[in-house]
Design a protein around this ligand. Structure first.
Ligand code: MN
Ligand code: MN
Length: 302
């Protein structure tokens, strides 16, 4: 891995750390999710980095991919468990990492948080060039189960590439026995998710706030759909973006925008990253780190 590339990752990691600190200070019961997202995203740009994906703010039984809509009135409440998943990039080299904030502070939520943090460390202790992803998943699962919480089996970590938030391999949170190995010169995100009162699986909640350009496909007749696709392709660097950003950045009615988004997903020009939810009433926690393997050495960025 070129030293310039590592420098970019390290710059993104420093700004990511500022964002996490700000999140811990700023987020309190009563604060709007929308204000949190705008605060952290603006902070990323203020420090000369790009937003690698919309700030994910996933409450309680929501595991991932929730970001507020442009008129979102949701506020954090006492009793909430909130995942804050932040993406920061410098010149396309991105750091993807998450923390969970516990405003419930019950015995069981505290245990869930401790367990998920411990699982991240247990997973990290296995990281080296050539380790099989199943081995990482086994370490995460064993650690989580020792605390009496469930791993989320169908969420996983992943590789990271230039201007690419997710690439192969998957890094599972359970012992899948998969034999893909971590390679030298690569970036990876590891992200144990765990739950209580759930079933250890997530499903699509049928809500989409985050999209990504797949490609410019021919045959799209709707003028607004073409306009929106061109705009997103030019503006968001091929990285995931929020509908809220389009509402802010592009002059188009809400109706036209929603129709265009629906059409573009149908044509495969956009990928929809739907909100992922555990069973109703479950509580989900997540901790995530990004790391590099370079010259046989592991560099932990978060
Ligand atoms: Mn993440
Ligand atoms: Mn990730």
């Amino acid at each position: 891995m070129d030293s310039k590339i590592i420098e970019n990752y390290e710059t993104a990691a420093k700004v990511h750390e500022l964002c996490r600190k700000r999140a811990r200070d700023f987020i309190q019961p009563g604060v709007k999710l929308l204000d949190i997202a705008e605060e952290i995203e603006a902070l990323t740009q203020k420090h000369g980095c790009g937003i690698a994906f919309p700030l994910n703010l996933s409450l309680n039984d929501v595991a991932a991919h929730y970001t507020p809509s442009e008129k979102d009135e949701t506020r954090v409440s006492t009793g909430d468990v909130l995942k804050v998943d932040i993406g920061v990039h410098k010149n396309g080299y991105l750091v993807d990492a998450a923390i969970t904030l516990d405003f419930a502070q019950t015995k069981e939520t505290k245990n869930l948080i401790t367990a998920t943090q411990a699982a991240l460390e247990a997973g990290f202790s296995t990281i080296q060039e050539g380790v099989e992803v199943g081995t990482i998943g086994r370490a995460i699962e064993t650690s989580l189960r020792s605390f009496g919480v469930d791993p989320i089996a169908n969420l996983s970590g992943h590789g990271i590439d230039e201007y690419t938030a997710h690439c192969s391999p998957s890094i599972p949170n359970v012992d899948t026995g998969e034999t893909d190995v971590l390679e030298n010169g690569q970036a990876y995100a590891m992200e144990p998710f765990a739950s209580i009162h759930g079933n250890g699986r997530i499903s699509d909640a049928g809500i989409v706030e985050i999209f990504e350009v797949n490609g410019l496909v021919p045959g799209i007749r709707n003028v607004n759909a073409r306009k929106l696709l061109d705009f997103c392709a030019e503006t968001y660097d091929g990285l995931p973006f929020a509908e809220r950003w389009i509402a802010r950045d592009l002059d188009m009615s809400a109706f036209a925008r929603k129709t265009a988004l629906r059409e573009l997903v149908k044509y495969g020009a956009l990928e929809a990253h739907g909100v992922l939810k555990e069973k109703k009433g479950a509580i989900v926690a997540q901790f995530e780190t990004t790391m590099l393997i370079n010259k046989g050495k592991v560099i932990r960025l978060v």
